[in-house]
Each structure stands twice: as structure tokens, then as C-alpha cells.
Design a protein around this ligand. Structure first.
Ligand SMILES: [Fe+2]
Ligand SMILES: [Fe+2]
Length: 259
């Protein structure tokens, strides 16, 4: 299974988790734990990770999508807890991270696709108002794409994923930065996502209220309302399907607060 648990978000998910502006998600895949972004506040992040019954000491890799503080603000605390964890930072802010953590196990993410592990990829930094990399996980029915803020544009990110990593996108999670977009612009994004046959959308953070509303209207049961504390489970690519799955669940189980 691939288990995704949102541990930092400005949207509420499950009761008992602390909200805050920013994003972070723990990825559990087989026995490996990755942390995608670190939210804005390390103490809140660690408290949410523990609340989700995840042992922060098991996190072996930290992926930073981009340099913004609401995605890197928790790095200091989490790094001091697990100094052995690998940190992946884009070339646009790698030197800043290196200055702050000279002894950390740092990896530079260029603009090229990077295979981090079997079935785990980074898109590499894409150009935009802020350079940003997305995390891509190979699941049974396609890839799961995690974005921090999607500053380069979600269409551009999905284009790179489908042309250079895997052609089928199962799900998108994270911030989509459509806060300042008009209804027409958001509807164009929907058309582009449909043209790529994206099956599930679980956006949050900086996606914007209007975009969330239009996504929900359009994608219906393919739209998941998520927030801090939400966990989504996907079948891994290698797993055998033990029982027949209904066609409409896309190999995904989700415990949502407003289902
Ligand atoms: Fe953000
Ligand atoms: Fe951002």
C-alpha cells in the first residue's frame, strides 16, 4: 500500500490535528517513510505527525518542493530530530539549505526528472514565478502527483509527468495555487486535467475556494475534500489484487470528514 497522510495544511481534515498555513504530507510506501514538504512550523508538524500515529524517526527522506517558508519552515525541527534523513532541495535554493544544514545528507534536484527510488520520482524543478518540483509515486492504476503550491502551473507539471515519467495520472494532491484565477481560467485547468484523464483530485492548501468549489462540481466523486489529518491509501503497483475491486474506487480508499 501507499499511504498518504496530510500532516500540515490550512484546511481541517480529521479532528485533533492543528491547522496552519502551509503543506506537508507523509508518504508511507512499503516500509519507507518520506516527508513531502515541512509546513511552516516544526512543532506543529511534529505534533501532527505523532497524532497520525507515525513515528517521525522512521522518516528517511525529506523532499522540499520549493523555497517558500510555508513548505520549508518545519525543516529545522524535523532535521534535528532525524539528522540522518536525506534532504532533496531544488538547485534554485540548494545553497541556502546547505548553509543552514552543512552536515545534512543533501541532494540537489536539477530541472531533470530524478528517480529517488523504485517507483518514486521527482519532476525536477519546473520554471515558474517560483521554481518548484513535484513528487510522483507509482501506484497500481497510475501515478500519484504531490505538489507544494504548483507555482509553475498544474498543467505544466502534469504535462511533464505524463510525457517524461508515466502516461497515466491516478491522483493529484497538494496546493494548486489557483487563488487568483477567474472562473474561466479554472475551467480551462479542468479541461486540461480531463484531457490528461486525471482520475482523482485531492487538492488543498493554496488551491483557492473558487477552484475547490468548481473542482467539486465538476469531478463529483472523483474530488476528495481533504485537510490536515486526512489519510488516503492507494494500492501499490507491485501488489496483487486479492479481491475484485469496484470500478469506481480507482484502487483508492479514503476516510474523508465530509464524505
Ligand atoms: Fe504554499
Ligand atoms: Fe509557495
Amino acid at each position: 500500500m501507499i499511504d498518504l497522510t496530510i500532516v500540515f495544511d490550512n484546511y481541517k481534515g480529521e479532528p485533533g490535528f492543528e491547522t496552519g498555513w502551509g503543506y506537508s504530507c507523509v508518504v508511507k510506501r512499503n516500509d519507507e517513510f518520506l516527508l513531502f514538504d515541512t509546513g511552516a512550523d516544526g512543532q506543529k508538524l511534529i505534533s501532527n505527525i505523532k497524532k497520525a500515529k507515525i513515528d517521525p524517526f522512521l522518516i528517511s527522506k525529506i523532499i522540499l518542493s520549493h523555497a517558500h517558508k510555508d513548505h520549508t519552515g518545519g525543516l529545522k525541527e524535523i532535521q534535528s530530530l532525524m539528522p540522518e534523513a536525506e534532504i532533496y532541495a531544488g538547485v534554485s535554493f540548494y545553497e541556502e539549505v546547505k548553509k543552514l544544514f552543512p552536515y545534512a545528507r543533501l541532494f540537489k534536484v536539477s530541472s531533470e526528472v530524478l528517480k529517488v527510488n523504485q517507483g518514486v520520482y521527482l519532476t525536477g524543478e519546473l520554471e515558474g514565478e517560483v521554481k518548484e518540483t513535484a513528487l510522483v509515486l507509482e501506484a497500481k492504476d497510475g501515478v500519484i502527483v504531490l505538489t507544494g503550491c504548483a507555482h509553475p502551473g498544474i498543467e505544466k507539471i502534469i504535462e511533464k509527468v505524463t510525457s517524461e515519467i508515466k502516461p497515466k495520472v491516478l491522483a493529484i494532491l497538494g496546493g494548486l495555487h489557483l487563488l487568483d484565477k477567474t472562473e474561466e481560467e479554472i475551467k480551462n485547468v479542468i479541461v486540461r486535467l480531463e484531457s490528461k484523464d486525471v482520475r482523482l483530485l485531492a487538492p488543498s492548501h493554496c488551491t483557492g475556494e473558487l477552484a475547490l468549489k468548481l473542482f467539486k462540481q465538476h469531478f463529483k466523486e472523483r474530488f476528495l475534500k481533504v485537510g490536515v489529518g486526512t489519510t488516503i491509501n492507494f494500492e501499490d503497483k507491485q501488489e496483487k489484487v486479492l479481491q475484485d475491486k469496484k470500478d469506481d474506487n480507482f484502487g483508492c480508499q479514503w476516510k474523508g470528514w465530509n464524505r
